[in-house]
Design a protein around this ligand. Structure first.
Ligand code: TA6
Length: 282
């Protein structure tokens, strides 16, 4: 593991393990790339991503915490919470067999307490880089009152052609489409031919992302997560984002491991909760 200076002057931890390599920016503990040794990148990053203070990276694994989407009451609060804009501390970096394990920490600050979310907390994010990529976020309530929050590992997965990609594992589960509202369960895997923004609640399922154009299957296995979001911005929304190339939507799909909305987490003082997910590509 080496710490270096990345674009925009951001500090980045570069991991070169025997079984896989990765880069994680301390800003947001934001993993931007993971490549199994001998394989091709599994995590997608936009060529247009900004690397400036106050602007989240576009791609990789944004940590959405302590709210998902717009803040419920404060329109000036950042989309998807403050964690992905905060500077996390790299507390540990060690080898474990063929894997490299990194631990990042974030605790409440004057700014977060003054912001739309005045709660003492500790967040511990463990990244295990190897032939698979494992991510685990453990949040502890450091306050004296109960603490409720939303969380998401908002992962951008790389595909060769979204039009030949399907996400399986959610068949039979009802969902809410952010564009058209509650929808009945479908019996077939999710396929993409337009902007897709689906929230599946109360659903612990492992999903697979199959890109028929290359035959690659990415497995997304999660624990401690009751919600899954599947998102592709498609043409118009991609064109509307300055940090998203107009044709880049064809090369990515977000499969997000979350606890949001009805699945938000509530912790008693001193209590912790862990959400984790592992990715493997074959
Ligand atoms: O996870 C899907 C979503 O909520 C979309 O609605 C879209 O807003 C996306 O997240 C990206 O959000 P961001 O704030 O990172 O641009």
């Amino acid at each position: 593991v080496e710490l270096g200076m990345g674009p925009g002057g951001l500090t980045v931890a570069r991991v070169f393990g025997p079984a896989g390599s990765a880069e994680i920016y301390l800003r947001g503990a934001h993993l931007s790339t993971w490549t199994p040794t001998g394989g091709t990148p599994v995590i997608w990053m936009s060529e247009q991503s900004e690397y400036a203070p106050g602007v989240p990276l576009r791609g990789g694994v944004p940590i959405c915490f302590p709210w998902f989407g717009a803040h419920p009451t404060d329109a000036t609060a950042p989309s998807h919470g403050f964690a992905r804009l905060a500077d996390w501390q790299l507390a540990e970096a060690r080898e474990a067999g063929d894997d490299v394990v990194l631990v990042f920490l974030l605790t409440d600050t004057e700014a977060t307490r003054a912001s739309a979310w005045p709660h003492p907390f500790e967040a511990r994010y463990t990244v295990t880089v190897g032939a698979t990529l494992s991510l685990s976020l453990r949040v502890t309530n450091r306050g004296s009152t109960k603490l409720s929050f939303e969380e998401a590992l908002h992962t951008y997965l790389a595909v060769a052609d979204i039009r030949q990609t399907e996400v399986a594992g959610l068949e039979g589960a009802p969902f809410t489409d952010r564009l058209t509202g509650p929808r009945p369960a479908e019996s077939t895997p999710v396929r993409f031919d337009a902007e897709t923004d689906r929230i599946y609640l109360n659903n612990p399922a492992t999903t697979t992302v199959t890109d028929a154009s290359t035959g690659r299957v990415i497995t997304v296995a999660k624990q401690g997560s009751a919600s899954t979001v599947v998102w592709n911005p498609w043409i118009d929304k991609a064109a509307a984002m300055a940090d998203f190339g107009d044709t880049e939507y064809t090369g990515m799909v977000c499969v997000e491991t979350c606890n949001i909305r009805d699945n938000a987490i509530t912790l008693a003082p001193g209590e912790s909760h862990e959400i984790s997910v592992s990715y493997s590509a074959a």
